[in-house]
Design a protein around this ligand. Sequence first.
Ligand code: M6R
Length: 615
Amino acid sequence: MCGIVGYLGNRKAYPIIINGLKRLEYRGYDSAGLVVMEDDGFGLVKTKGKVSELEEKSKFLNNGSTLGVGHTRWATHGEPNDVNSHPHLSNDEQIVLVHNGIIENYDSLKTELIQKGFVFHSETDTEVLVNLIQYFKDKENLNLTEAVRYSLNEVVGAYAIAVMDKNDPDEIVVARLGSPLVIGIGDNEFFIASDASPFLEFTKEAFYLDDGEMATIRRDKDIDIRKIKDNLKVTHTVQELKINLEEIEKSGYEHFMLKEIYEQPKSIRDTMRGRLLVDEGIIKMAGIWDYQEKFLNAKRIIIVACGTSYHAGLIGEYLIEDLARIPVEVEYASEFRYRNPIINRKDVVIAISQSGETADTLAALKLAREKGAFIYGINNVVGSSIARITDAGSYTHAGPEIGVASTKAFTAQLTILSLIAIKLGKHNGNLSKERFNSLISELDNIPELVQKTLENTAEKVIEISEKYKNATNALYLGRGYNFPSALEGALKLKEISYIHAEGYPAAEMKHGPIALIDENMPVVIIAPRTGYYEKVVSNAMEIKARKGQIIAVVNTGDTELSKIADHVIEIPNSSEEFSPILAAIPLQLLSYYIAVKLGRNVDQPRNLAKSVTVE
Ligand code: M6R
């Protein structure tokens, strides 16, 4: 939640910060602010609203300043307004700070500071931290770095921060615990950001600060990195980032979400590249192979995740139990971490997360590690917190996902889970050679089928979206592998169109939701040909008998359900194992076009943020 960006070097800081904030806006977009160091002190502007509004109000700051930081906010403490926006100033107006995260003990710290005479203007936890830094700086006569370190040792919570001192135009101090921070290194210039997107056109050389570390960045000097706790010096190897600028641009699409939906043939192929070697008849995954004993001897696999990644986990459960016959449990990370779960050394815990930064997933994983489980990550963002704490893992290689609604990351997660399930099934003898070969050749062809699905369903989906754009509720039904598809379809519709939607196992409908059905209720039924197809057709009859409007997602050439349905969307035939990947495409398009027709901000839906780094 929240994006931070900063620059110290020889270029103008303002445009780098404004453009950087635009790229980080997916992390939060209810308010924004920035500060640049001017000859006579801080030039600071902050406002409720989007970065574009900040840009309008702050143009006069586009001066020669070569040092500054900026912030785009997703409110936690205090509503989005000008005062609560970052940056925050200390009482003496000497220190300025931007923050991504939550200071959990801010209330007690604030009480102590008030007793010492400090005054607070905002409702934020961040203003407490900046004043704590001033307090230590003055009381102990410390420099900025030391004052930040003293303060952070008093703080409980999560943060990525960047701090500047009015009296020092050559320095930024940064620190992280639980929120990401990357430092880009150019030629006598430094960039700091929540992810690397703000500085890709300037440098690809960067390193990620680890949790519990802080860095003092000074003009023309080496960066000094220390452990916050004991001030021990740390070194980091600078790495070459693999992301390209084109990957984080819209490339002619109206929205990132649409671009990302259409990228799926490529992102799935990229995720399989070097892993699925059909000609050699193998699946190569070092993360699984090197630890095969852990997986093959696992008493059970526990998958922890949130949101769309949780839905991918549910499909993973079907895949792994079906193909490898290893028991799987799937848990919301937020529940798992607080319910004292029974975990033992023979468990493998897999965390699925696009961002690799989701606070609940990260905490669930840490808990699993403490209890002795082997922990594995399926993440999209290279170098993310989850990727860095796991024993092993697989990146999804879907490329940067900017739209808040997850699309290509979901199908890439399903691809990895399919690979894992097939590989484990082969190694523990549950899959015959023939079945293994047939599954891998079919998986290898999935990117082509996704391409066909995109080509063949878009027009129909646009027509359907026009008809149902004013619906106030929708039901999504599916069975087996496609029950989680129904959950995911409903989530997509809710989050970007704000239409209430529920996903249900088709057979559960008669135990309650059937009461909702009338002529105004669109019901999306995901029913590719499977062993229980006929049962789903019966469920559809029950809906029709109550005048519900049926949108059926069926296989090409379907006859039965197509006769009953009001609208039919055909996806290519496939084994049931891969049908959720194909079914996801029209469901994503349906939510996208309904949201566009309703005039919603598709890439930045209200109240949401791309990575949820708070509880
Ligand atoms: O980065 P993660 O995969 O851990 O994120 C988990 C959820 O916050 C995320 O999937 C969220 O539900 C998306 N907005 C769904 O489109």
